[in-house]
Design a protein around this ligand. Structure first.
Ligand SMILES: [Zn+2]
Length: 261
């Protein structure tokens, strides 16, 4: 049954992936996300509805503007496909439960924040400030509707704990971690706290692991110097999504390994 939820979520994901592109493009530039309607970044000609179909339009126009033939970055296609695939996986993992809207918001936000942070080295307050209480509200409502107020409380505490731990790390070693990462950790702590404390641990500290591995690979290949600061947000986002999607399996495997399971 949950594969059906996955398919429905994938269709929603195409539309929300398209919207994610608008947000990624406009929020760092402090522009409105509702008006004006989408236009070609090169020639400013408005994009007609028939050319604004997620994925399909990009492929039909071979990644170019219909008016001026200026190339439209492959990132638009990747974000649309990425959000659709992610929504399918979240639908399959979470199923038709009260928590589904919260986790779709969780996944969507992490994609948007990871791409913006990767491109601009900033996590915009304009996103994280409204979306964090929105996520908390959705998951607290889900916990209460499911008859599991403990899950709702753990979401709140997970957010506070993750915020506090990363704030501590940022104060001890300000290099490499900014307040944007600390606020993102609170968002992730809420989302994963609803599941379990193990998911929170995995999602937050997995970020250091993913970031460390990538940094070592880049240093080893000589493509980056030690001084080039890598943004931390994308690693936190990746590890949070992994914790949501496969955390259960990883935690069970770890418990078997240390003889707890
Ligand atoms: Zn154009």
């Amino acid at each position: 049954m949950d594969w059906f939820v996955g398919v429905v979520c994938a269709v929603f994901g195409l539309a929300f992936g398209s919207f994610a592109n608008v947000v990624i493009h406009r929020v760092p530039a402090k522009r409105s996300i509702v008006s004006p309607p989408s236009a070609c970044p090169a020639c400013d000609s408005p994009i007609a509805a028939r050319d604004n179909i997620p994925v399909v339009s990009w492929l039909l126009l071979r990644g170019r503007c219909r008016a001026c033939r200026h190339p439209i970055a492959a990132r638009y296609l990747m974000v649309e496909l990425g959000v659709a695939v992610l929504f399918a996986l979240v639908g399959w993992r979470v199923g038709a439960t009260w928590a589904l809207p919260g986790y779709l918001l969780f996944a969507w936000t992490l994609v948007v924040v990871a791409v913006i942070d990767g491109e601009t080295r900033k996590i915009p307050n304009r996103l994280i400030y409204p979306l964090t209480p929105a996520l908390l509200g959705l998951l607290v409502a889900a916990g209460l509707l499911t008859g599991e107020p403990g899950w709702a409380l753990r979401a709140l505490l997970g957010g506070i704990a993750a915020f506090a731990v990363l704030l501590g790390i940022a104060l001890i070693s300000p290099r490499g971690m900014g307040m944007g990462d600390v606020k993102l950790a609170a968002f992730i702590g809420i989302g994963l706290g609803y599941l379990s404390w193990g998911h929170v641990l995995l999602g937050i500290f997995g970020g250091f692991l993913v970031g460390g591995v990538v940094a070592i690979l880049l240093l080893g290949s000589g493509r980056r110097g030690r001084k080039d600061m890598l943004p931390f947000g994308p690693y936190l986002a990746i590890s949070a999504l992994l914790s949501l999607l496969v955390g259960e399996t990883l935690i069970a495997g770890y418990q078997r390994l240390v003889g707890l399971g």
